[in-house]
Ligand binder design. Structure first.
Ligand code: HPA
Length: 272
């Protein structure tokens, strides 16, 4: 099966089970999966019931597609995503988004846990993603172009929708949640960065670093979706404090930010 056939097959599996066509896809990052509890769940589909969906091997990434209502909007929550460091191709990582686009979704709301690179950030901050740096990871558009989705050489001058970023900023104001803004850099992982790499990334203009998301944003833009994203700054990046990094710390910090994260995402979706 070629990639297009795999995406079409995945979309067919979802359509056979979905209760409605979703407007918004919300991808939940490490430690942020509990957000699913805030949605009026209509239907849950396990990733292994959907041909072409691969499941994550990482704790905190469960592997469920949840359809529900949030602030009157029809949302599809991806509870769990796969990462390139698990050995998956970038195309595997973005197949669910492409399939959900075929099922009707026009907006992608990305969330992730990320390390803060900007010295003015603190662990526990939330950051609105204004742009990204992706050349350290393979493009999800590598290989034959899927012209059913978009053009061979898609423009990336505005990956993160200005219109939706404005809504998230308004939501931050309405809810009183402090919101940083910045550039997200995708690192291949799975090892965390070295202090020298973090210094390099800061020089390159990154404010936060993580191991997902940019490839997802690229594929969604290629497919003509509107993209918006929030990083939960779970830790300051390597070399910025004396503490060694661990996945447990990342998950704990994301869980601790749950209250403000939920309030911000909910209000953003209300305004979208
Ligand atoms: N680096 C890369 N990915 C991450 C980090 C980090 O410091 N924190 C959470 N995800």
């Amino acid at each position: 099966m070629n990639e297009l056939q795999k995406v079409l097959r995945a979309a067919e599996c979802i359509r056979a089970k979905m209760p409605f066509a979703p407007e918004i896809v919300l991808t939940l990052g490490s430690g942020l999966g509990d957000f699913a509890e805030d949605v009026d769940v209509v239907c849950e589909i396990s990733y292994n019931e959907i041909d072409g969906f691969v499941t994550s091997t990482v704790p905190g990434h469960e592997g469920k597609l949840i359809f529900g209502m949030l602030e009157g909007k029809k949302v599809a929550l991806m509870k769990g995503r796969v990462h390139l460091y698990e050995g998956y191709d970038a195309q595997d990582a973005v197949r669910p988004l492409r399939a959900l686009k075929l099922c009707g979704a026009s907006t992608l709301f990305l969330t992730n846990a990320a390390g803060g690179v900007n010295f003015s950030f603190s662990a526990g901050d939330l950051m609105l993603i204004r742009d990204h740096i992706s050349p350290f990871v393979p493009s999800p558009l590598r290989g034959e172009n899927l012209s059913e989705f978009g053009v061979r050489f898609p423009d990336m001058s505005c990956v993160y929708s200005k219109h939706l970023c404005d809504k998230v900023l308004e939501a931050a104001k309405n809810t009183g949640v402090k919101l940083q803004q910045g550039v997200y850099l995708q690192f291949p992982g799975p090892q965390y960065e070295t202090p020298a790499e973090i210094r390099m990334f800061r020089t390159l203009g990154a404010d936060a670093v993580g191991m997902s998301t940019a490839v997802e944003a690229i594929a969604a833009r290629h497919a003509g979706m509107e993209v918006v994203g929030i990083s939960c700054i779970s830790n300051l990046a390597c070399g910025m404090t004396d503490k060694p990094l661990s996945h447990e710390e990342v998950q704990e910090a994301a869980t601790a930010a749950k209250g403000k994260f939920t309030a911000l995402v909910r209000e953003s979706i209300r305004l979208f």
